[in-house]
Design a protein around this ligand. Structure first.
Ligand code: ATP
Ligand code: MG
Length: 588
């Protein structure tokens, strides 16, 4: 019979995590230099601080420190999901192709979808998201309005074969997502579910210590749906957001709308063909003709599934490709090459004309307001003046195709919009009946009738949230963790570890701290103080406590707060309680 000596076992917190770890045996491989492929600061720091390591492009290992922070994000998310009534499930990463054929996404998802075959040559996919699987559960298990509403969530690994995996955890190919799916009997219920998730997300990102904004997002061509993205503001963000400094308007640039100012062109003036040598681009043409750029009708030839479309927009505006894609029924528009333009329209790009064009024409709303302007004449070095909508060329449909620019008027209050960059960490989406209809997920109402369920879906990237935190909270020396996500709350640094008094004081403090439930990383390495301080700054734990011969002589330890860099002395015998109080205040 063996006897376990409980004294030698580490103290655990309520989640089963070890409260006090020793640096020397914990695997914290810090680096002086970041690898060359790390472009943004969060990626550099997460590698340098030994939180993560790359296994393959867009595929990362979490080392012990990184995993501790990931678990904290996870617990915050799980708590808020539970608080707002979602139920946790865990669905498989591998999904049968049949479900994706039913929803139609087997054909439409494109190369981001990783397809695999089993030994029987059956098709499977590695789930990039789980609408199909969850809808399949609901259509089998939920029959009646009495079982509803329902919101199910999971925290699970996804795979998307991203074209450009980069920025470490920010845009990986394998990544961990919290995805939730709500099912309601009517629109009012679906709106309540959406609002609940919106509120949960605000709590989650607040508790993660992030500066964020919920912005209106593009939701694709599905009618009746809407969505918000939760954006962490950061210059390195891949998304651009239009913000109104006056009212609450905030929208992803993909979605943002503005009725930008425009002076209408002359009405009912004769169409004149004029020689415009070497004026291929808007600025030189405007200068040559002495007209504002806004008066020039830019005719851009796009191909969508090799079908040509001419998109018209005033010369001073840029095309919003996301909106154009929607206008093309979800088909990806690709700007024609000069060769393609020449072949299809018979002239070089820049002289392409809508007048008499044999291809479909879509135009921005600004073209309708303009009424007439300067357009290509379908002949090299010639343009038309006074080309008039409806008289000289026909537009199949007008729509909002313009990209909002800095200074455009806010669609709600008219103030000038500003454009900032952001990282999308979460997305709430009112789906409607897209999946319930295609996959037959219906319920029986009180009157016995069958109707499709109304769905919502709600995602958060855990690794991206962690990376966004570092992106927003760091200085030249390293990470500055918010208390809520720090791998440990305290970095405990005994400076002269050959001195038994110093070591004993540090060990005692470790014991007192962990007995109060404080998470501590004890730097027990036999290293120079300078190196320990450098690593402590890099790791970014919120409270650094130094025990040295000098401080002990006064019965004290030194406290340095990572965020403010403020230094103070604490009496050794009360240090644990005072640190605990600081931590509780930061987490409140
Ligand atoms: P993006 O526009 O950045 O590609 P998405 O619209 O494809 O994002 P969703 O399908 O809404 O993303 O996924 C929900 C959440 O999952 C995102 O808000 C983000 O936090 C996370 N996420 C999506 N793609 C990745 C990725 N490649 N790496 C890490 N996290 C991701
Ligand atoms: Mg994506």
């Amino acid at each position: 019979m063996s006897v376990t000596c409980t004294n030698s076992l580490p103290r655990l917190d309520a989640h089963g995590e070890v409260l006090g770890q020793r640096y020397s045996t914990y695997l914290v491989p810090t680096l002086k230099e970041a690898p060359a492929e790390a472009e943004i600061i969060s990626h550099k720091l997460m590698i340098r601080a030994g939180l993560i390591r790359r296994l393959a492009a867009g595929i990362y290992n979490y080392l012990p420190m990184g995993l501790r922070s990931l678990r904290k994000v996870e617990r915050i998310i799980r708590g808020e999901m539970n608080r707002f009534g979602a139920r946790e499930v865990l669905l498989p990463a591998i999904q049968p192709a049949e479900l994706w054929k039913e929803s139609g996404r087997w054909d439409h998802f494109g190369p981001e979808l990783l397809r695999v075959k089993d030994r029987h040559e059956r098709d499977f996919i590695v789930g990039p998201t789980h609408e199909e699987v969850i809808t399949d559960i609901i259509r089998r298990e939920v029959r009646s309005f009495r079982d509803l509403p329902l919101n199910l969530f999971q925290i699970q690994t996804k795979f998307r074969d991203e074209i450009r995996p980069r920025f470490g955890l920010m845009r990986g190919r394998e990544f961990i997502m919290k995805d939730a799916y709500s099912f309601d009997v009517d629109n009012a219920g679906a709106d309540r579910a959406y609002k609940a998730m919106y509120e949960a997300y605000q709590n989650i990102f607040q508790r993660c210590g992030l500066q964020f904004a919920a912005v209106e997002a593009h939701s694709g061509p599905i009618g009746g749906s809407f969505s918000h993205e939760f954006m962490v503001l950061a210059d390195s963000g891949e998304d651009a957001i239009a913000f109104c400094p006056n009212c609450a308007y905030a929208a992803n640039l993909e979605k943002a709308f503005s009725e930008y100012p425009l002076t209408p062109g002359p009405q009912d003036e004769p169409l004149i063909k004029t020689h415009t040598p070497n004026c291929r681009h808007v600025p030189e043409l405007a200068k040559f003709l002495g007209v504002p750029e806004a008066l020039i009708i830019k005719s851009l030839l796009f191909l969508a599934d090799s079908e040509p479309t001419l998109a018209l927009i005033p010369g001073h505006r840029e095309i919003n490709l996301t909106k154009l894609k929607d206008a093309l029924g979800g088909r990806e528009p690709v700007l024609a090459t000069p060769e393609e333009a020449e072949k299809i329209m018979g002239v070089p790009m820049g002289f392409v004309t809508p007048v008499g064009a044999k291809v479909r024409i879509l135009a921005d709303l600004g073209i309708r307001r303009l009424g007439s302007g300067v357009a290509g004449a379908g002949e090299k070095d010639y343009h038309y003046i006074n080309a008039q909508v409806g008289r000289d060329f026909q537009v199949e449909s007008f729509g909002d195709l313009s990209l909002v620019a800095e200074g455009d008027p806010c669609p709600k209050c008219g103030q000038n919009l500003t454009i900032k960059r952001g990282i999308e960490v979460g997305h709430v989406f009112k789906l409607g009946t897209k999946y319930s209809e295609s996959m037959g997920a219906t319920f029986m109402g009180a009157d016995g009738s069958e109707s499709p369920l109304i769905m919502g879906c709600y995602g958060i990237g855990l690794g991206r949230t962690l990376a966004a935190t570092v992106e927003q909270s760091h200085d030249q020396d390293g990470i500055i963790w918010p208390m809520s996500l720090a791998p440990f709350q305290v970095a405990l640094l005994p400076l002269q570890i050959q001195n038994p008094q110093v070591t004993a004081a540090a060990e005692n403090l470790l014991d007192s701290l962990t007995s109060l439930g404080v998470e501590v990383l004890l730097d027990d390495r036999d290293e120079r103080p300078g190196l320990k301080f450098k690593d402590a700054d890099l790791l970014g734990l919120p409270l650094r406590v130094t025990v040295s011969e000098k401080s002990l002589a006064k019965g004290q330890v030194e406290l340095k707060q990572r965020a403010t860099r403020s230094v103070s002395m604490l009496p050794l015998e009360r240090a644990a309680e005072e640190l605990k109080t600081l931590i509780q205040a930061a987490l409140a």
